[in-house]
Design a binder for this molecule. Sequence first.
Ligand code: HEM
Length: 492
Amino acid sequence: MILQYLLDYFDLKSWLIFLFVFFLLIDIIRNKNPPNFPPGPWWLPFVGNVFTGLEYETIDKLSKKYGDVFSLRFGSEKTVFICGYKMVKEALVTQQDSFSDRPLIPLFDKIYEGHTLSLSNGYLWKVQRKFFITHLRHFGEAKKGLERSIQQECAFLCEAFKEEKGPFDPQFYLNTAVSNIISALIFGHRFDYHDERFLNILRLDTEAIALAGSFQAHLYNVFPRLFDYIPGPHQKIFTNYGKIIEFLKDEVKRHKENWDPSDPRDYIDAFLVEMEKKKSDPEAGFNLDTLVLTSLDMFEAGTETLTSTLRWALLFLMKYPEIQKKVQAEIDRVIGQSRQPSLADRPNMPYTDAVIHEIQRMGNIAPLGLPRRACKDTTLGGYFITKGTSIFTNLSSVLCDKNEWETPDTFNPGHFLDEQGQFRKRDAFLPFSAGKRVCLGEQLARMELFLFLSFLLQRFTFSPGPGEELSLKGQVGFTNTPRPYRICAIPR
Ligand code: HEM
């Protein structure tokens, strides 16, 4: 009877109003926060705070209003943001068992389908992480092989800089140089700086990472089913990754052709050996898909991060020439001009070490880290966070926390020096994050930053190209990168 009444008396307009109110009520009921959930701004029905975006500067502003633990709603997903050293440390270290999972990120899930270390959870993540650590050690750190291959790459990079007679943009040289270190680990060889096929892969990768930080990519993550059918930058990301994956598949194929299980040359060979051993344990993920996608993962993690950091480094050194001179003076005193820098020099170069740390602090290349997920119901900062909630730890707010740093917004290597001019560690230095899912490449990254910068400053003085305005304002995408600039590398 009620239905008959509705059909008789409702015209189209009334029906539309009725349906809107009906779905609105469902949306409100379904998305009601549990008691004591972290506060946050009002959200729009159906879409939540999707237009707030994910830029770390916006997140910083919101934390001033709502506190160090607050929430936003993207579509129907609740996301909690954790800010400031005290709260971030509590989440990443003290309560690491509550926040060590990754949420599903539709954009990356479409590419990786869970077959990768940095985005997986549970047993697969544990086994792959252990394998990664063992083999990074085996092929690099323990054998000193990695140090030698970085030194060799530094020499190639210096040669390439020397050949440039006028001002130039160093981005692609730096990008090729650091990706060659990862290439040596994964593929067992490096690529020439003029290898067009490889340069194209790097261009595709840089473009995909920049697009992954775009607003459309954010929309894709919130409404994946809808945006799958809509053209836009997110589709370009998939095309680019498709091409990179083809390139990696070729490398794996070549390895399989001349593979000797008794003498693994690199990560791919070692993975092929493990695939044989773990045939009876499919849950561990030792298969060809995971191999290709883990290669992509390592390539991603180790290339863009270091390229951006080295680009920030040259930018800060040009902006503060007196600091550049002091690093060069330390290099001249400890290493001189007749031999190449080595890792053994690092403990004797506290000023250079402090400058590198300050570059990482101010460069702030992963402002929100990688997303985490609450693996159980938990309480943080007095708020209740439900199992399954996505979490962002605002690393940027830690690196600039006013309670931790003397001059948080100023480039000041003194942050990392004691009164005697010796290097001092700082607890709030967390560019690599912390806890169970801390960056796996931290040691490798620190080795590369020290060697690349020591080699470059031993051989060159850097200044901006004529008329070049140096901006310290980053371009925030998936990472925080400097804007393009041109340099003059003047041989010393
Ligand atoms: C300056 C350079 C780098 C920075 C600032 C950096 C920063 C980070 C950050 C913030 C995370 C997220 C950790 C978390 O969830 O809390 C991460 C994860 C990761 N990084 Fe790095 N990274 C750098 C270089 C590298 C390199 C060279 C590699 C090695 C190939 C690497 C491999 C990884 C991996 C595999 C993960 C995922 C770990 C996991 O989920 O268990 N990173 N990195």
